[in-house]
Design a binder for this molecule. Sequence first.
Ligand code: GLP
Length: 269
Amino acid sequence: MDVILRPTPKKAVSLVVRLIEETLKEKPAACLGLATGRTMEAVYAALVERSRKGAVDLSSCRFFALDEYIGLGPSDERSYHHYLHHHLFDPLGVSPENITLLNGLSGDHAGAAREYERAISNAGGIDLQLLGLGKNGHMGFNEPGSSLRSRTRDVILAEETLAQNAAMFGGDPQDVPPMAITMGVETILESKRCLMLVTGTSKQPALAATVEGPVTEMVTASALQLHPDCIVIADEAAGGKLDRMEDFRSKALRDPTWAARIENENQPR
Ligand code: GLP
C-alpha cells in the first residue's frame, strides 16, 4: 500500500486526477470503477474541467459504479445513479453503452449482483477502482462485519453510515434507505489498481485503522493492505492520527516517481 499525504484537499484531488490520467494514457479504453460521496465530487469536477480543456479523453472508457441504495431509482436525485450522471457522465457526454450501474430497484438483488459481476468480468475487469472511505472504515457499502471474501450483494447499512449520509436525505438518519447493493470486498480487491482518496479530520480514525491497523472485517478498507497495487492519497487533516504521518508526508518528495507527479501541481495543466 502506497500512502501519500498532501497538505490540502485540493492537492490530494489533483494527485488523484493525475493518477487517473496516467491510467488513461496507458489504456484509453480502461475500465474505471467509480465511488460516490462528497469526497469524490472534486475529482469528478476536475476531470470534467480537464476534459473540456482537451487534456484528458474519457470517451472510450467504460464505467462501473461501486454501490447504490436499494429503493432509489435513476431519477431520484439522491441515488448514486443520479450522482454519477450529474457529476460526471452528463458533463462528459459519456455514451450509455460505456456505463454499467448497480440497479437499486431490481426485485432480485442476488440476480442483479450476479449480472453485475459478469459484466465486470466480460469487460476484462476493473483497471482502476476509485474509492472513498466511510467513517466506520467501510469501502463501498461493505460495512463492519462484511466478509473479506464478499462479492457484489445487497447489504444492510450500519447506523454510523445512516448518520454519515443523512445530510443528503434532509438530515434524519431514519430517512436514509436502510439497504444498499455494493461491490464486495473481494470484487474490489480484484481490480488491477485501487485508488482511495480520504480528506478531512472526520476520517482520521478510519484512515489510521485502514492503513496502520490489522486487516479485519471490522474495517473493510483495511483489506486494501492485501492488494498488490493500492494507493491511498489523503490530505494532512485526514492523516492526523497516523503514527507514520511524517513518513507519508515526506515520501512524495523522497521518491522520484511521486516527486514528478506533484511537480507543477500548482500550475494550470
Ligand atoms: C459512502 C459511500 C462510499 C463513499 C463513502 C465516503 O457511504 N457508500 O462509496 O465513498 O461513504 O463518503 P463521503 O465522501 O461523502 O465521505
